[in-house]
Write a protein that binds this ligand. Structure first.
Ligand SMILES: [Zn+2]
Length: 316
């Protein structure tokens, strides 16, 4: 039987499941085009985000909070060991370790990179959970395995890659964003623009994505297409979070109508959003037995209110 392109893509989507998240080498945005309306919108969203942060600071329950995360890929352990491939400077290893640790705030998780000044070198005989390489070429760019799926990777191979970061002394703001994004994948986060709660796929200019990102169609589909509840029953997702570290900032050309595209952000986020953090804290809750199994729990209405306001601001 011959499969046409559409059917083949569908089969791929079903068969592939969660896998390598391959990110843009140097995420791009057009900050210069940020107009007054967009600035005002971003400020409104920032205000709602601040409210979410305040509620969380007061101890609001994060049960049922949204985001894009596959609960099947949550690590069932508290300490994730991490190592770096040979040739990378201790300063670079230290910079990455320092940035990544931000994800663990308020969670049961910690990353063990080895002591400062002697960050762990990868050793196939004693494989770490997260193995960081700095490759260029075909395997280069910025990418990570998603969550505990890293366990499927052979001991000699990396689970994460940061091309060009192997000798940095400290992380720049944009490098910080990259590191946080990849470590978001490493603990199980998926791309926000692939949210089942968003319609980014309808806003994208697919011709642009297929021709301008420098990826094969397969990689474009895997990293850009809307996730499907039918094939990912363990996905936890609801309102779209425009501030998520897991949302790409793409050029305006990547959208059919960038002025009205809720998925278009003119600058790359470099910090973990309030929702990102709350979701990490939910799925890696300090108390035992809080890992959602099967259907997501009832949402927390207090936190949903500002989230829904953000959705309203975005016209969703
Ligand atoms: Zn990514």
């Amino acid at each position: 039987m011959k499969l046409n392109g559409v059917v083949a893509a569908l089969v791929f989507a079903i068969m592939a499941g969660p896998a390598l998240a391959h990110d843009l080498p140097g995420l791009v945005g057009d900050e210069a085009v940020l107009d007054d309306d967009e600035k005002a919108t971003l400020e409104q969203i920032d205000a709602e985000e601040a409210e979410i942060s305040a509620l969380l600071a007061k101890g609001a329950s994060t049960v049922g909070l949204e985001g894009i995360m596959d609960s099947a890929l949550v690590w069932r352990k508290d300490v994730l060991t991490a190592c770096f491939f040979a040739g990378s400077a201790q300063s670079a290893r230290n910079a990455i370790a320092g940035v990544a640790a931000d994800w663990t705030t308020g969670t049961r998780l910690s990353f063990d990179f080895g002591p400062e000044g002697n960050r762990r070198q990868c050793d196939p005989a004693h494989p770490s959970d997260i193995r960081i390489a700095f490759k260029g070429g075909n395997e280069g760019g910025e990418w990570s395995r998603v969550g505990a799926e890293a366990k499927l990777v052979k001991n000699t191979a990396p689970t994460m890659n940061f091309e060009g970061l192997d000798q940095i002394a400290t992380a720049s703001e944009s490098q910080r964003g990259t590191i946080l994004h990849e470590f978001g994948h490493a603990i199980g986060f998926k791309h926000e623009h692939q949210s089942i709660a968003a319609d980014c796929d309808k806003q994208f200019n697919w011709d642009y994505l297929y021709t301008q990102l420098g990826w094969t169609k397969k990689v474009v589909d895997h990293n850009m297409a809307k996730l499907s509840l039918a094939t990912t029953k363990t996905l936890i997702a609801t309102p779209f979070d425009r501030q998520s570290i897991m949302l790409y900032s793409l050029n305006r050309g990547a959208f059919l109508d960038p002025d009205h595209a809720s998925c278009y952000i003119p600058r790359q986020t470099t910090r973990i959003s309030a929702v990102d953090r709350a979701l990490a804290q939910q799925l890696y809750a300090i108390a035992d037995g809080n890992i959602p199994d099967g259907a997501p729990p009832e949402p927390n209405l207090e936190l949903l209110a500002p989230l829904n306001k953000i959705a309203g601001i975005l016209g969703e």
